[in-house]
Design a protein around this ligand. Structure first.
Ligand SMILES: N[C@@H](CCC(=O)N[C@@H](CS)C(=O)NCC(=O)O)C(=O)O
Length: 217
């Protein structure tokens, strides 16, 4: 009998959950999914907040301990289960991968998160067009800065960091899915688009995509 001691609290459209689905699959780590619906506000339920007081997705339970914040969790996974690595060994490559990941995770995603878009509507009476303009603006600022950064550093090749899949790719792909869902094309970002397409040829990325999750609708 296989006893699973790893649980991922996830929602199919959550891009931060998507990062962890990719990372877990890439590392060959089995897990059981606990589905938490964002539209039904299940992330704010008292029972969930006991597990994650911040009331956000994702949450990983591994070996009886709870972990929050997707990039911190990816770093935890990389330390606990080093092969295959998601953070390079070489110090400058490590800094670069973290920088790319943080452009997405700290500067793009937070501005376009569900609660931010909701707040624009409720607190500032933003209509659909205004919310869409807000979303598209920060996607354009984020992706154009990221494209320029990759171009100027010159470390990218098949993936963000040469030939190795890293946390940078794990953060990039879900952000592209999110942008496309909001009708934002990535065609003008040639480097990012190429990396996105090559990542999507891999099982870890394919199988983790939103529409293939059991809670997708
Ligand atoms: N920095 C956090 C962000 C977590 C986060 O905001 N997750 C989203 C889903 S992608 C969420 O739970 N949103 C709920 C809300 O905004 O109310 C991480 O990387 O884990």
């Amino acid at each position: 009998m296989i006893v699973l001691s790893r649980y991922l609290y996830t929602f199919f459209r959550s891009s931060t959950s998507f990062r962890l689905r990719i990372a877990l699959r890439y590392k060959g780590l089995d897990y059981e999914s606990h589905f938490v619906s964002l539209p039904r506000m299940e992330h704010q339920d008292a029972a969930y907040r006991v597990l994650n007081p911040q009331g956000l997705l994702p949450l990983l339970v591994d070996g009886g301990r709870s972990y929050i914040q997707s990039m911190s969790i990816i770093e935890y996974l990389d330390e606990a289960y080093p092969e295959p690595p998601l953070i390079p060994k070489e110090i400058n490559a490590r800094a670069y991968v973290r920088a790319v990941s943080q452009i997405i995770g700290c500067e793009m995603h937070p501005l376009n998160n569900v609660r931010v878009l909701k707040h624009l509507r409720i607190q500032f009476a933003a209509d659909d067009d205004a919310v869409q303009a807000w979303y598209a603006h920060w996607i354009a600022v984020g992706f154009s800065g990221l494209e320029d950064y990759l171009s100027s550093v010159g470390r990218h090749a098949t993936y963000c960091c040469g030939e190795q899949i890293t946390m940078a790719d794990v953060c990039l792909v879900p952000q592209v899915f999110n942008a496309q869902r909001f009708g934002c094309s990535i065609d003008q970002y040639k480097i990012l688009k190429g990396i996105f397409e090559r990542c999507m040829e891999l099982d870890a990325f394919q199988s983790a995509q939103p529409k293939l999750q059991a809670d997708a609708f």
